[in-house]
Design a protein around this ligand. Structure first.
Ligand code: ATP
Ligand code: MG
Length: 361
């Protein structure tokens, strides 16, 4: 009988570059794991194979500017040194300027915003999507805010739906009163309730269309970034489950800040951290055997500026291998000692289980 050969997906992000139908690439994960670094590099790599690429940061604490070492605004700006890569930073928490400078409208709007948490955020997200949709980029990469935020972003369509329903019911209940009030506050038609309703409706339209695209695996994928530690593994699992619930495709995990054995380094701290990392790496590979898992080494320095990003980008395409020689022996030794430790733990668990059974019996 022929032995079955298990083929794991290749450990690189080549698959994202090859999928030329992709229109939206989300990059997300826990705080500080390397989302901005990875999304910036993905956008740089995509710019090599696509006519035009836009990278958007939806994190209120913008750091695309830090990564590229160039100031960006809420308008797409060409990234220095590129002819087809643009970046913009939008703040989902900032209220719409064009409507919020009217006092009456403001109070009505904040009333509505209080009634439906997240509606203002949803509105500015929709505004942004409406804008970028008209711009005709070949692919749009999102550097998202830490996990909680991202998941809220994906719930916006239903948030908007609620806003609309609430507005309708207000309109039905108070009918003429509202339009009298809007006149009293000196709001003209442009800011009246019908105008708000119209806006909500058109937003809903955009967001529904985009949402349909987000749920199409040919058009959209979510790249999860993490580090080999317990909390990050836990958070990644939560993220993958939420994405599945929202029917958003995800089949790439980047494990960043991986430590590799270094020649001549005899640090106990480093060795025990490597053992810890190996334990979680094993779990990542076990849990996500149908994902492309890309490992990135922890560098001695930060990855900032286009040149640093470009040189780090090699690891996204060709799996990183530490320098050969003594290192590989050390690597194997480490692996053996980790496996021994895991075996001991498993044996101890087994003993405990057996003892428990005897007590019950
Ligand atoms: N593999 C790495 N080796 C060394 N430094 C790294 C590595 N990956 C990222 N960094 C650095 O770590 C810092 C955090 O990375 P980054 O800003 O990409 O994380 P983030 O997930 O976007 O953080 P936040 O949640 O705050 O937005 C940056 O200074 C970046 O240059
Ligand atoms: Mg970031």
């Amino acid at each position: 009988m022929a032995t079955e050969v298990i083929e794991y997906p290749e450990g690189s992000l080549q698959n994202v570059l090859e999928q030329d139908t992709l229109k939206w690439v989300f990059v997300g994960g826990k705080g500080g794991v390397g989302k901005t670094t990875c999304s910036s590099i993905i956008s740089i790599l995509l710019a090599r194979v696509r006519p035009s690429v836009l990278i958007i940061s939806t994190d209120p604490a913008h750091n695309l500017s830090d990564a590229f070492q160039q100031r960006f605004t809420k308008q797409p700006t060409l990234v220095n040194g590129f002819t087809n890569l643009y970046a913009m930073e939008v703040d989902p928490n900032v209220e719409n300027e064009d409507i919020s400078n009217n006092e009456g409208m403001d109070s009505l709007f904040s009333e509505l915003a209080n009634a439906i948490p997240g509606i203002d955020e949803a509105m500015s997200f929709a505004e942004m999507l409406k804008l970028v949709q008209t711009m005709d980029y070949s692919v749009i990469v999102f550097d998202t805010a830490p996990t909680g935020h991202t998941l809220r972003l994906l719930q916006f369509p239903s948030t908007l739906e609620k806003g609309l329903t609430k507005m309708m019911s207000l309109k039905n209940r108070f009918g003429g009163l509202m339009s009298q009030m809007t006149r009293l506050f000196g709001m003209d038609d442009e800011f009246g309730e019908d105008a708000i309703l119209g806006r909500l409706e058109s937003m809903k339209d955009v967001i529904e269309r985009v949402n349909k695209q987000f749920k199409d695996p040919d058009l959209t994928t979510f790249v999860c970034v993490c580090i080999p530690e317990f909390l990050s593994l836990y958070e990644t699992e939560r993220l993958v489950q939420e994405l599945t619930k929202f029917e958003i495709d995800t089949h790439n995990i980047i494990i960043n800040q991986v430590l590799y054995p270094e020649e001549g380094v005899e640090s106990k701290l480093l060795k025990s951290r490597m053992r810890m990392q190996q334990k979680y790496l094993d779990q990542f590979y076990m849990l996500y055997d149908d994902f492309h898992i890309t490992k990135l080494p922890l560098l001695p320095e930060e990855v900032t500026g286009v040149e640093a990003l470009k040189s780090f980008s090699d690891n996204f395409l060709i799996p990183y291998k530490p320098p050969t020689g003594k290192d590989s022996v050390e690597g194997l030794e480490l692996r053996v000692s980790t496996l021994k430790q895991q075996l001991e733990e498993a044996e101890a668990d087994l003993e405990k289980l057996k003892k428990g059974k005897q007590v019950v019996a």
